[in-house]
Design a protein. Structure first.
Lengths: 139, 202
């Protein structure tokens, strides 16, 4: 609830703001030719950014981390589900999948991807060694 | 090696602004910047009392807006533009404070670079009688002086609401604070200015 005094004060505030705004706009409209010319040059320089490709590059780099993580996830799923040696329904294999996935999602996952064949070879080698030691049937 | 090639390929094939789309967006941005630039310059100039530096701040704000937010909706540009500009003004004041401390430390007082003269730099009159023009110019100078003496956040709120005409929500976006804070800062600013300038100004 506002009393008449408050309302009167608000009305004065509004009048004050209107006058201040009008004076300001008048001062902006009266900017000299030199200032207007410089503003025009600034505007053209800014718009040139659209043609320079900087805008596109920023948009790509903005999404790069997410795109990288998604790519790693896709590669991980393809590799792991596409490997007939590993049965994801068996618990030990699932644990391994989770460990591999976590490793692939780590910060240095791009380096990891480049060495993927090497790591895959180590992985298979270790599995074969385990089989021969325990005689377990993975398939 | 292959990763680099992939980045270049993506950049060159997924360019979002091509042909008619680019031209239309460029025209929209051009219209927006042309519409806002004079007021932005005056707001920056009032904030830092230096037209040259104000020009630089406005140009930086324009470039950053185009680089980062050109894909946003037009209705978002005004608060985003002023947010960039206000950040520029705050950075300028921080740099200036450091510079002044260094100047004092090295024994150099503020020199001829600081002799800003709003009367000399005032633009030519247009469409008003000399008396009206003089009155308005004096009133604006008094207002500018009073606005500069406001605390920074009150000054920002007042200029964005009254000079640029942003609503409370847009001002909050530009200032990076809540709408409640904007209302408080603005209300205090108006009361303070009315008190400083006196009844005769109104």
């Amino acid at each position: 609830m506002s009393n008449p005094k408050d309302r009167k004060d608000e009305a004065k505030d509004d009048l004050f703001a209107q006058k201040a705004g009008a004076l300001f706009r008048e001062s902006a409209d009266r900017l000299d030719g030199q200032a207007q010319s410089r503003l025009n040059r600034s505007r053209q320089a800014a718009l040139a950014e659209l043609d320079s490709g900087t805008v596109t590059l920023n948009r790509w780099t903005q999404w790069a981390p997410a795109a990288g993580a998604a790519a790693v996830a896709v590669v991980a799923v393809v590799l792991l589900t596409g490997n007939p040696e590993i049965d994801p329904t068996v618990n030990p294999g699932t644990e391994q999948l989770a460990g591999d996935f976590e490793l692939l999602m780590a910060a240095d996952s791009f380096d990891m991807l480049q060495e993927l064949e090497f790591y895959s070879w180590i992985d298979i080698d270790a599995e074969l060694e385990g089989e021969s030691a325990t005689g377990a049937d993975v398939g | 090696m292959s990763a680099d090639a992939g980045v270049i390929a993506v950049s060159s094939t997924c360019t979002p602004y091509t042909g008619a789309g680019t031209l239309q967006r460029e025209q929209e941005l051009s219209r927006f910047l042309a519409e806002v630039e004079k007021r932005a310059l005056r707001i920056a100039e009032i904030s830092i009392r230096d037209r040259d530096e104000a020009h630089d701040l406005v140009q930086n704000a324009m470039i950053k807006l185009v680089r980062k937010y050109s894909d946003r909706g037009e209705d978002e540009w005004t608060p985003l533009f002023y947010r960039i500009l206000q950040n520029g003004v705050r950075d300028w004041h921080r740099r200036q404070a450091v510079r002044n401390r260094v100047m004092v430390w090295t024994g150099r007082a503020k020199d001829e670079d600081g002799n800003y003269d709003p009367v000399a730099s005032a633009p030519d009159p247009g469409g008003r009688t000399p008396d009206e023009h003089l009155q308005n110019r004096e009133a604006m100078q008094a207002l500018e002086k009073a606005v500069r003496e406001l605390p920074a956040r009150q000054r920002e709120a007042f200029m964005l609401r009254t000079f640029e005409g942003l609503d409370v929500r847009g001002t909050a976006t530009a200032m990076g604070c809540s709408e409640g804070s904007v209302k408080t800062h603005y209300s205090r600013a108006v009361h303070s200015l009315r008190e400083t300038l006196g009844e005769h100004w109104q």
